[in-house]
Design a protein around this ligand. Structure first.
Ligand code: FES
Length: 145
């Protein structure tokens, strides 16, 4: 009688342990597959955009700053302004609208002046500015710290 109880207990432990190990072997790869991998986004401090004489006055170019889109505007007077090109309303990408002289968001007709200030439509805040650095003919953009 006593020996049967001990055997039964031992078998319970072995069976329970095996089932737990089997469940872990099945679930671990599934969970690892479903969980997105941690990717380190490269920290960017400045980006070379192009050459001063390549960009005509009263125009703009788009660029990437790390993982985000950026917009560089050259005003009618030849000044450079750069901003994160993500609308402060719902994150659509903005563009320079030369005919009305504003940075425009097509999603909900949001408008920003060339200083990045939100001037009409739903955007609640100005665009995030970048610092424009001219070195010789090269244009660099960096974060404002
Ligand atoms: S996302 Fe730009 S105005 Fe709505």
């Amino acid at each position: 009688m006593e020996v049967d109880q001990v055997k039964r207990k031992f078998l319970k432990y072995v069976l329970g342990g095996s089932l737990t190990a089997l469940a872990a072997m099945i679930l671990y790869p599934i969970i690892a597959y479903l969980k997105p991998p941690k990717t380190k986004s490269a920290e960017v401090s400045s980006v070379k955009i192009g050459k001063v004489n390549e960009i005509p006055n009263d125009s703009s170019i788009m660029f990437r700053f790390g993982t985000k889109p950026g917009i560089l505007v050259k005003t009618q007077s030849g000044e450079f302004r750069a901003f994160e090109a993500t609308c402060t309303h719902l994150d659509c990408t903005v563009q320079f609208k030369q005919d009305i002289g504003v940075i425009w968001c097509a999603c909900h007709n949001g408008k920003f002046d060339l200083n990045g200030r939100n001037i009409s439509g739903p955007p609640p805040r100005p665009l995030t500015p970048y610092k424009v650095i001219i070195q010789g003919e090269d244009i660099f953009v960096s974060k404002i710290l």
